[in-house]
Each structure stands twice: as structure tokens, then as C-alpha cells.
Design a binder for this molecule. Structure first.
Ligand code: ADP
Length: 244
């Protein structure tokens, strides 16, 4: 079951800094994709990391599936969240299958179930299981590593997927292809996805709704069609790469 995510008046001030995130409120409906968009330093990654509690808010509240994340155990919370980052951080000494199996193994799944799940996920991300399960990350291209990163995040079937510039390090052709595949995967799985990107085109393509941030503040929230038709101000129009 997918789960909604809600931010209520969430702010974050790091030591010796201004507000990295400034009174952010929004809701991501269960089974939908929200893109957090804006230039470098606007608070996207901080917002995402507050969902899995790699960063704690200074004030405000975040809930997942209707429950405040501070009321859950950290393990319970992280089990419900798959996390994909720009440089996937696959364990280099482990095979593809071992990388994908990390979380299921922690959860104590039987070996046969992990193996079946690994093959199912490799198929899902477009890597033939028999060719890829035994490879090490260094024998994969950047795009293939990113596919394994997505498979790993999905391994224990979490209701929520958090993605931080997942395709940022890839060449444009590979990026396009992986964006298409994410759209296909999302049609099948209907996860609640929060994706951080500085690329408005990517947001328009992937998201049901877009939250535009500037200096930690929410500037505009709407569907891609709404944002394209009526950018809130010149800043948003600039991100869209055109005049108002
Ligand atoms: P984005 O993901 O949009 O590039 P970030 O969320 O990474 O932005 O950063 C937002 C602001 O918070 C920036 O000014 C950044 O320098 C600051 N910041 C992020 N992480 C830390 C940290 N651990 N300590 C201090 N300041 C931080």
C-alpha cells in the first residue's frame, strides 16, 4: 500500500547558517510522484533527508502514512522508505544480487525468496538476471549501476521511494531512457515518490505535482501543466527556460 507524505510548517536551520528550509508545507498523495525543484542550495536535499531522518527538522512535523515520523522507530521508518541517490553507492565488493539483497537479508528473508525477488527486480529495471546478478559494480556502466540502485531501493517493496537527483550523473540518452523506465515502473507499482531534481524538464516529465523551492521557501506548487501554463513568477519562468 502506498502512503501519503505530509510536511506541516517544516523548517531547518543548520548551526551557523540561515534557514535551509523555511516553513515548508505540502502533501504528496499516496501513489503519486512529487518533484522538489529549484537551483542548487535551495533546500531540496535537506527536505528529502528530513523524511528519512538523516536530518532532523528544527520545527514543524512530517508524517508518512498519517503517522508522525518521530513516533515511529527509525528502523520501521526506513523500512518503509526506499532511497536512491545520485552516485548510487553500491557496495563494490558485493555482486549485483548481493547489493539488491542487503535489506531483505537484514529483514531475515529466506535465501530462495531473496533470489526470486532479485531476479524479479532485475527484470523490472531491464537487466537480464542471468547476465547481471553475479557482476560486480565496477563491471557496470553508470546507467546500469543506477538501475541496480533503483532495484535495491525497491527490494523490500517499500511504499515510499525517495530519489535525490537519481539520473544527475548520467549522459542525456541514458537519462532519458531511465526516466522512461521509471515512468513504466511507477505505472506498475504506484509508489509514493519524492524526487529531487534541479532539472525542470525532468520534473515535468516524471511528476504528478511539482514543488518549486527558492532559498528554502515554497514558491509554487502545482501540476506540470499548471506550472507550465502559469509560472508563479520570473524565477519559476527562468527555471522553465523561457520568458513569461
Ligand atoms: P539543494 O539540495 O537544493 O542543493 P541543500 O538542501 O543541500 O540544497 O542545502 C540547502 C542549504 O543548507 C544550503 O545553503 C546548504 O549549504 C545548507 N546545508 C545543507 N546541509 C548542511 C549541513 N549539514 N550543515 C550546514 N549547512 C548545510
Amino acid at each position: 500500500m502506498a502512503q501519503a507524505i505530509e510536511f506541516r510548517h517544516v523548517s531547518k536551520r543548520f548551526d551557523h547558517g540561515g534557514l535551509a528550509v523555511d516553513d515548508l508545507s505540502f502533501r504528496v498523495e499516496a501513489g503519486s510522484t512529487m518533484a522538489l525543484v529549484g537551483p542548487s542550495g535551495c533546500g531540496k536535499t535537506t527536505s528529502l533527508k528530513m523524511i528519512n531522518r538523516l536530518v532532523e527538522p528544527t520545527s514543524g512535523e512530517i508524517s508518512v502514512g498519517g503517522r508522525s515520523i518521530t513516533s515511529m522507530g527509525l528502523l520501521e521508518l526506513r523500512r518503509s522508505l526506499g532511497y536512491v541517490i545520485q552516485y548510487v553507492g553500491l557496495f563494490p565488493h558485493m555482486t549485483v544480487a548481493e547489493n539488491i539483497g542487503v535489506v531483505p537479508q537484514l529483514l531475515g528473508w529466506p535465501k530462495a525468496k531473496i533470489a526470486a525477488r532479485t531476479d524479479e527486480l532485475l527484470d523490472l529495471v531491464g537487466l537480464a538476471p542471468k547476465d547481471y546478478r553475479g557482476r560486480r559494480p565496477r563491471a557496470l556502466s553508470g546507467g546500469q549501476q543506477q538501475r541496480v540502485g533503483v532495484a535495491r531501493a525497491l527490494a523490500a517493496d517499500p511504499p515510499v521511494l525517495l530519489m535525490d537527483e537519481p539520473f544527475g550523473a548520467l549522459d542525456p540518452i541514458t537519462r532519458d531512457r531511465l526516466q522512461d523506465e521509471l515512468i513504466q515502473i511507477q505505472r506498475k507499482l504506484r509508489k509514493t515518490i519524492v524526487i529531487v531534481t534541479h532539472d525542470m524538464d525532468e520534473a515535468v516529465r516524471l511528476a504528478d505535482r511539482i514543488a518549486v523551492l527558492r532559498a528554502g521557501k515554497l514558491i509554487q506548487l502545482g501540476t506540470p501543466a499548471e506550472v507550465l501554463a502559469k509560472p508563479a513568477d520570473d524565477f519559476v519562468a527562468d527555471l522553465l527556460g523561457r520568458d513569461r
